[in-house]
Structure formats: structure tokens, C-alpha cells
Ligand binder design. Structure first.
Ligand code: ARG
Length: 484
């Protein structure tokens, strides 16, 4: 590779041949440099199945509308079947001069069924509506896949929570110990984030599920086509209402990529917590051997590379969203070749999102929680119940702000005496406030948890209920996803 001379734009390609597909008004082919610069085949090959499905539906409709002969449509469909098999089998040559997947398929089809018949397939169609169709079908599938993979990760979170229902850990704000919470409660926080991510994908599906074929280049096809029939055959709920919009916009990809970017940002936060929890400093969680990695120099290391990479890959998914926003910004109507740049980022987003969700699912399903370490982190903290002491005084009638002040001073005196709040005697407490009574001595973590008995709170009975509801919600969602 390194020794290949760079193509020289000064030297025109030898023996120009008119391009077979759009070459009519040209004397020769574009320069080789132009061909490789403009080609998208190595990327959009991924659309072949959707492209062929779309072409079959189009051919059938053309025949049903008497725009082409039924025999020709039948030959086109058999030919397309063969092309599909060849691509599936990897028995298909990619040629830059054929630009993209659409031209590759049409060219091969012509070799199989002859120019005369193959040449009729593109009646009432342009690559502009064709690529919009293919990409919409691709994104529909990608949405279904994303929702399924999100559900898988949600279930893994629930399993880990179910396996550790009583584990208590410090909840953090500013990464400083704040208040005790149940480990399951923390996992359920991520469950909720992923639930909204799935909802965002489901919502985007409706606007993606719109059939653009029939828009042709930009103005609509000049034949008596039946757009609804094509939509029905390809399982679309709706057809596009404006031909210019249908070929010019890619906001359905933006929606997919936004949902993916938000989802990855959520996963990156989960991963950051997992990385922290699996460190010696925290020690709350251990990744299984299958999901941990070693160091090439330090024999003792067990690294959370999977979670780190998931966190890191968030950057490229967010980047792809930014890239497409920039590509679309200020683009005049209707189709512009800039739009071809929509696909590399989209495809990489799908691949990154799905693989991340799957690998994190495995990581969680095989991880183990060290409840003793987590509890020790709570109990060894001298002031983690400070809010509960303030709440005690407030319940006795002291304004909360004043209670906060009293406990703040108490914490300070504890720091000076090097003891925790739970070590204080009734006399110590009463010196701070006469409202303290015997029941305030030796407040426990369990008291603190049980006190948070509000919907959405960390009281054990609330968390148990939330876990149960989460299971039911997943079941219902699974059923709804299957219906959609
Ligand atoms: N490869 C093109 C794309 O991805 C297909 C549409 C080409 N249309 C055109 N007018 N050159 O956008």
C-alpha cells in the first residue's frame, strides 16, 4: 500500500469508455481519480438486500400498471433473485466505475437478462428516490435491532439488580459519598435511561416508515404508477407527500443517530460507573474473566477494557451525528451528491451501537457484585447519615435550614474529635440540640434507606416494587415491539 504511487490528476485515464449507464452525453468516462473519489460501493454494498427488495416491488408494480410487460417484470425479478444470490455468496465484483450499489445491481442484471429488459427497470424511478427508499428500509431494520438490543441490556440490568436485592452502596454527588442507596436502585436508574432510549427509537420509526419511491429525481414520476402498492409490498405505513422533500432530506437518519448518540451517552455513564466500581478503591463489582482484559506488562492487572471502549466509542457515534448535521446544513433543494455522505456515519453508528449494547449485556450478565465492599464503603463513612440527622430535627419541628446548620456544626465537631455521627451519645446529641431523644442514637443505614419511602425512592420496598414493575414493563414492551 505504502509504495503505491498516488494517482496523478494531470494524467487522464487511458482509453476513455462511455459509461454504460449515464454515459450518453459524455465522450469518455470520468478520470479514475474522480471515479474512486465519487464511488460509494464499498460502503453502500450494505444496502443490496433493500435495493433488490425495492426493485422487485417496483418491477411488479410497473407490470401491474401496464407500464412494462408482465414477462419483462417476471424476467427482472428472476434476474434480481440471481443477483441477490451472487452478492450473498460473495460472488460479485465491485467496480469503482459503477459508482454505487444501484448501478452495480442494474449492470449485473443487464448481463443476466439482457440490456433490453434490464433497461426497463429504471422506468419511473431515479437513483435519488431509490437511495432514499433503500436507506429508509435500512434504518427501519436498524431501529428494530436497536430496540431489541436495548431491551437485552435492560434485562441484564434487572438480572444484576435481582441477584443483589439487599446490597447497599454509597450514592454519590460530585463523586463524593452522599447518602446510602440500594445497588438495585442505581441499576434501575440506568434501566430508565435505556427505556427512554428505546422509546426514542420507536418514535423515530414512524417518521422513517414513509415510502419515497415515485418521487423520481425530484419532481415525481411521469407515469401512472401505484405508489401505495409499492408501499404495501415493502411494508410501509405511509407514502411521502412531497417529491422534493422525499429525495432531499435525511432527517430520519438524524433521528436515528440522535437516539443512538443519546443512548451511547447513557451507556458511557454506566460504563464510567462500572469502571469505578471495579477499581480496587471501590471494589463493588467484578467483571467475569470473559469480560476483563490483562496487561502486557503488569501480570496482576484485570482491566475493564470493554467498558472503557464502550465509553470511548460514544465519541464516534456523537461525531457521526454532528457530521450529518453539518452535511445537511445549508444544502439547497433537492438531491445533492453531498447526501451520499450520509451512509458511512450511519452504518458505523449502527455497528457501534449494536455491538456495544451486546457486549455490555454480556459484561453485566456475568459480572458479580461485592455487597460487603459496598456496605463497608457506606458504613465506614462517618457522615453518610448526616442528612438523616437533619431530617430527624426537622421532623421534631426545627426548620430544615436550621437543622442543616446544627448538623453541619455537629459534623465539624466530630471531625475535630475524629469520630462519626453514629458514635455520638445522647448527651453529645443533646448538646447540639435539645430536640434529640434516645431514638436518635445510633441511627442505621437501614433506617436511612427505609425513610426514603416515596415513589421513586430507594426504600427497599419501593425498589422491590420498582424492580417488579420494570420486569412487567419489559414484557409489555417486548410484546409491543414484536407487534410493531
Ligand atoms: N450513491 C448515491 C447516494 O448515495 C445514489 C444517488 C445518486 N444520485 C445521483 N443523482 N448521482 O446518494
Amino acid at each position: 500500500m505504502a509504495n503505491d504511487p498516488p494517482p496523478n490528476p494531470e494524467t487522464p485515464s487511458p482509453a476513455p469508455q462511455p459509461s454504460s449507464i449515464w454515459g450518453g452525453r459524455f465522450d469518455g468516462s470520468p478520470d479514475e481519480l474522480v471515479q474512486s473519489y465519487t464511488a460509494s460501493i464499498t460502503t453502500d454494498l450494505l444496502l443490496y438486500r433493500h435495493d433488490i427488495d425495492g426493485s422487485r416491488a417496483h418491477a411488479r408494480m410497473l407490470a401491474a400498471q401496464d407500464i412494462i410487460a408482465a414477462d419483462d417484470a417476471a424476467a427482472l425479478i428472476t434476474g434480481l433473485d440471481q443477483v441477490q444470490r451472487e452478492i450473498q455468496d460473495g460472488d460479485f465484483a465491485l467496480r469503482n466505475e459503477l459508482e454505487d450499489i444501484h448501478m452495480h445491481i442494474e449492470t449485473r442484471l443487464a448481463e443476466i437478462v439482457g440490456d433490453d429488459i434490464a433497461g426497463r427497470l429504471h422506468t419511473a424511478r431515479s437513483r435519488n428516490d431509490q437511495v432514499a427508499l433503500d436507506t429508509r428500509m435500512f434504518v427501519r431494520d436498524a431501529i428494530v435491532q436497536a430496540v431489541g438490543a436495548l431491551r437485552g441490556l435492560q434485562v441484564a440490568l434487572l438480572n444484576l439488580a435481582d441477584a443483589n436485592p439487599t446490597v447497599v452502596m454509597p450514592g454519590y454527588t460530585h463523586l463524593q459519598r452522599a447518602q446510602p442507596v440500594l445497588f438495585a436502585h442505581v441499576l434501575l436508574a440506568y434501566f430508565e435511561m435505556l427505556d427512554r432510549d428505546a422509546a426514542r427509537f420507536v418514535d423515530a420509526f414512524e417518521r422513517t416508515d414513509v415510502m419515497p419511491l415515485g418521487s423520481a429525481a425530484l419532481a415525481g414520476a411521469a407515469y401512472p404508477i401505484d405508489r401505495q402498492a409499492v408501499a404495501r409490498e415493502l411494508g410501509f405505513q405511509d407514502i411521502s407527500r412531497n417529491s422534493i422533500d422525499a429525495v432531499a432530506d435525511r432527517d430520519f437518519i438524524l433521528e436515528y443517530q440522535s437516539a443512538a448518540a443519546i443512548g451511547m451517552v447513557h451507556i458511557s455513564r454506566l460504563c464510567e460507573d462500572l469502571v469505578l466500581w471495579s477499581s480496587a478503591e471501590f471494589g463493588f463489582l467484578r467483571f467475569s474473566d470473559q469480560y476483563a482484559t490483562g496487561s502486557s506488562i503488569m501480570p496482576q492487572k484485570r482491566n475493564p477494557d470493554v467498558a472503557e471502549l464502550a465509553r470511548g466509542k460514544t465519541g464516534r457515534v456523537v461525531g457521526h451525528l454532528m457530521a450529518l448535521l453539518m452535511t445537511l446544513k445549508g444544502l439547497p433543494l433537492a438531491y445533492n451528491r453531498d447526501l451520499q455522505e450520509d451512509k458511512p456515519g450511519l452504518f458505523d453508528t449502527v455497528e457501534t451501537l449494536i455491538s456495544t449494547l451486546m457486549v455490555m449485556r454480556g459484561a453485566l450478565l456475568t459480572a458479580t457484585c461485592n455487597g460487603d465492599r459496598a456496605r463497608r464503603a457506606v458504613e465506614s463513612d462517618p457522615f453518610i447519615l448526616a442528612t438523616d440527622y437533619a431530617d430527624y430535627l426537622a421532623r421534631k419541628g426545627l426548620p430544615f435550614r436550621e437543622a442543616h446548620h446544627v448538623i453541619g456544626a455537629l459534623v465539624r465537631s466530630c471531625e475535630e474529635r475524629d469520630c462519626g455521627l453514629s458514635a455520638l451519645t445522647l448527651t453529645d446529641l443533646q448538646a447540639a440540640s435539645p430536640l434529640f431523644q434516645a431514638d436518635a442514637v445510633g441511627m442505621t443505614v437501614e433506617d436511612a434507606l427505609a425513610a426514603r419511602d416515596v415513589p421513586g425512592g430507594t426504600a427497599p420496598r419501593r425498589v422491590a416494587q420498582a424492580l417488579q414493575e420494570a420486569r412487567q414493563r419489559i414484557d409489555v414492551a417486548d410484546r409491543n415491539d414484536a407487534k410493531a
